[in-house]
Design a protein around this ligand. Structure first.
Ligand code: SF4
Length: 237
């Protein structure tokens, strides 16, 4: 590998680093969520579902959003990334993961030899929580059916949950992301089930703690293997 290639990797997604533990967030997480989420009555195609979301006023986040943020990527993708909620730039553009964390996610996807057009990205919450606070319980209860329906329509081979909120909310667990990351668990919406649900760190956490990139890269290599994706030689660690 050339010095330039090394430099690119070290400036980007694959720096050298020690093992880190996820820092405990001071934000308060949604609690006491119901065990099941129903998607009954929601549209059976992406276009109509997105239109429903665009007009949704089921929780108070509709009052402060500029626009809803439904998804990015391909409706035919077999690899799905799920984050928490839109931030400021996502709220302005209507696209998930376009800020600094989103740019890092794009690098991660490209390091796997993929583009954003070949995967599907969505969040649990479709409208920006003010000041990027955690979504509240009622907001998750109202909004999560949209995400569940997206999963049921997409039927992904692998789901990558980005960060504590996505992982704990979707799995209804209190286990830390440090304990859960890197190991596949089963995820079941009731109408769609996969054995390949991979929790890993959120790109925002990696911006604060770049050492964690090494662990995320390990997790994504497991995902790539499951998907039968051959990671480009120059991208290997
Ligand atoms: S966050 Fe979800 S439930 Fe709340 S208004 Fe937006 S789309 Fe509707």
């Amino acid at each position: 590998m050339s010095a330039i290639q090394r430099s690119k990797l070290n400036d980007g997604f694959l720096p050298k680093g020690a093992i880190v533990m996820a820092k405990k967030s001071k934000r308060s997480k949604p609690k006491n969520l119901p065990a099941t989420v129903s998607t009954d009555g929601l549209p059976n195609d992406f276009e109509s579902l997105q239109a429903d979301v665009a007009n949704c006023k089921k929780c108070k986040l509709c009052e402060t959003r500029h626009q809803t943020v439904f998804s990015d990527g391909s409706n035919k993708a077999k690899l799905m990334f799920i984050g928490e909620a839109p931030g400021e730039q996502e709220d302005e553009t209507g696209k998930p993961f376009v800020g600094r964390a989103g740019q890092l996610l794009t690098k991660m996807i490209e390091a796997m030899g993929l583009t954003r057009n070949e995967i599907y990205i969505a969040n649990i919450i479709k409208c920006r929580p003010p000041e990027n606070r955690y979504p509240e319980t009622e907001e998750v209860i109202q909004c999560q059916p949209y995400l569940m329906k997206q999963i049921e329509l997409l039927k992904p081979t692998v789901i990558v949950a980005l960060g504590t909120c996505a992982t704990q909310t979707l799995l209804r667990t209190e286990e830390t992301i440090s304990d859960m990351r890197g190991k596949y668990v089963t995820f079941d919406t009731g109408k769609f089930k996969t054995e390949h649900f991979m929790p890993t760190f959120h790109p925002s956490f990696l911006l604060r703690s770049p050492q964690g990139k090494k662990q995320v890269w390990k997790d994504l290599q497991v995902v790539a293997k499951t998907m039968g994706i051959k990671i480009p030689h120059q991208k290997s660690v």
